[in-house]
Ligand binder design. Structure first.
Ligand code: T5A
Length: 209
């Protein structure tokens, strides 16, 4: 596999993104690719420090605008130090969340528009975008059962926001996919893990050499 690719996995809490980042990476390695697995917020030492600031503490620890800036700052470091160099060296980079999470979670809140989030991304990361974004969609009851089985009653400061907030996030991802069908694919992630991995690979067929 000669050219590097950047793939992001998106979706709500408990959709199975972390599970699928690992499975997809293994499947691509089996096809001969060099694969870098990463996540947001985080993925570089500096961005992992910012992750702690973002995901711990009181729900109102940050104003919405400060929160959006922290995500953009973490992403700028992650893109410059990890993602871009890996893609340029020919690797496939599989990220557990990226820009579209900021658009879905921070966008719309307290007057932060999609244009604002995209401006922060232009300043921080030079508009760097994934070659493909796979949105894992699961019905609310399945997502809640998966997160409850894993977290018990200890969600992080963003995951713990109310159900209406998370419904808005799911609607945003669906809207992005409608607006940009060349980059996005919606994936039914309600089946067992290996069935979902097969769907993800199908959604990358045109990028595989
Ligand atoms: N955020 C992030 C923003 O607000 N703005 C941003 O710009 C960014 C980048 C990150 C938080 O930050 C917010 C969004 C988030 O609230 P996180 O800790 O990284 O938080 O966690 P999340 O990304 O939300 O992901 P989760 O850990 O909640 O869920 P995943 O990764 O979607 O799911 P996963 O793989 O951990 O699976 C959950 C459970 O389900 C099981 C797994 O074994 C696990 O127990 N499972 C399945 N069970 C049955 N069938 C399947 N197919 C399964 N797949 C997984």
């Amino acid at each position: 596999m000669a050219s590097g690719r950047f793939i992001s996995l998106e979706g709500g809490e408990g959709a199975g993104k972390s599970t699928q980042v690992k499975a997809l990476a293994e499947a691509l390695r089996a096809r001969g690719a060099t694969v870098v697995e990463t996540r947001e917020p985080g993925g570089s030492p500096g961005a992992e420090t910012i992750r702690d600031l973002l995901l711990t503490g009181a729900v109102d620890r940050w104003t919405p605008r400060a929160e959006a800036l922290l995500f953009a700052a973490a992403r700028a470091d992650h893109v410059a130090r990890v993602i871009r160099p890996a893609v340029e060296s020919g690797a496939w980079v599989i990220a557990d969340r990226f820009l579209d999470s900021s658009r879905a979670y921070q966008g719309g809140a307290s007057g932060i528009t999609d244009d604002d989030i995209l401006s922060l991304h232009r300043i921080g990361s030079g508009d760097f975008l994934p070659d493909r974004t796979l949105v894992l969609a699961v019905p609310e009851d399945i997502a809640e059962a998966r997160t409850a089985a894993r977290d018990g009653d200890r969600p992080d400061r963003i995951g713990g926001r109310d159900r209406e907030y998370h419904r808005g996030v799911a609607r945003s991802f669906a809207r992005f996919a409608e607006q940009s069908p060349e980059r996005f694919r919606m994936i039914d992630a309600s089946g067992d893990a290996s069935a979902v991995t097969s769907l993800l690979l199908q959604a990358l067929t045109d990028l595989l050499p």
